[in-house]
Design a protein around this ligand. Sequence first.
Ligand code: ADP
Length: 387
Amino acid sequence: MTTILETRGLSYSYGDGTKALMDVSISLEAGKKVALVGPNGAGKSTLMLMFNGILRPSGGSVLFRGQPMRYDAASLRSIRRAVGMVFQNSDDQLFAPTVYQDVAFGPTNLGYAAEKVKRYVGFALQYVGLFGYERRPPHHLSGGEKKRVAIAGILAMEPEVIILDEPTSNLDPASSEEIMEMLDELNLGGKTLIISTHDVDLAYRWADEVILMKDGGVVRRGTGQEVFGDALLIRDARLKLPLVVDLYQELAGRGIVRGSKPPRNVLELCDLLQTKAQAGARGKIYICNVDEVEGEEIRAMLDKIPAGFKGAMGTSAKVMAERCGITIDFTYGVIDKCILKALIGKNSIIMTSGGMVDHTLQRIKDYGQESGTKIEAIRLLQGYRKP
Ligand code: ADP
């Protein structure tokens, strides 16, 4: 495990004397998905601004890869490249007249040659699913699209860590899911992600590590199960329990389910409720790598395979489905939803790409090992002809 960001005895007071952080000492591991949760005024945004040097500590220190942060212009440029920050309100971040210019701002400022800037901007826009938006004015885009432009602007600088303050606030549910899934994809590609959120369900299902803050300090950190398993602590922090934990605690109180810790998601809750193996055939999960097949071929596959439900995971798969007019049933939590369908005998297909293909196969295999219920996962290859 490599520590990527660390604070030691970190304190911060704003100019008016408000003490926003008091003696915060935490370390964050590289490659993790971290959620900062806590009530308004807990200090989440202030801590995030410390992580990329926008604010300078009043006391204590911030370390990046073991080195204390320095605040001269060159060091700040380097830390802001490595640790990108996406603000809560995209309008605070996007200011250029076109999407291209906005995304190009960071790499241009870093002194990259024009050709390299063009390449990086192209890659970043492709990644966030906004290829072709180059000439559009950012302020005419939807909330979800603006957030994607802001993320593209950070990606174009190839950061190691991406920090997002309330990434889903003011977004509709579908746009929120798409943004969170994009963050999953980035994390699978090796990026460390830190978000702040009030959405406890989101923090619970998404984060590897939850850090609960209150009154300028960290009151608890751990897995979602460890932090949200403590109902009193959560109430004391003026938060609510994630729905799956709330339901589990009600069911446990009535003796309907047993277990030492709450389930992580609906799939695990269903497994707890199901005391004996369900009779009847399981459904299968077909996995299609959209990088390997043409749109027309995917349509042909869908006609041939006996898949009842369709899931699209990742931006490429969603863009491909939209281009081919394929109606998608699941766009978030796709693997678990398909496993749930398989458990009741229904087939499904997951369209995805890149490293997420192996991740999907592994997740289904792991579920089989943990639960003792094997689900057949079939990887569709180019030229797939027969169910
Ligand atoms: P959170 O992100 O958890 O809501 P913040 O980091 O925004 O918390 O705020 C922590 C504390 O600092 C709060 O008491 C807040 O009122 C105060 N604060 C935040 N920004 C400023 C500012 N620019 N000037 C003065 N006080 C501020």
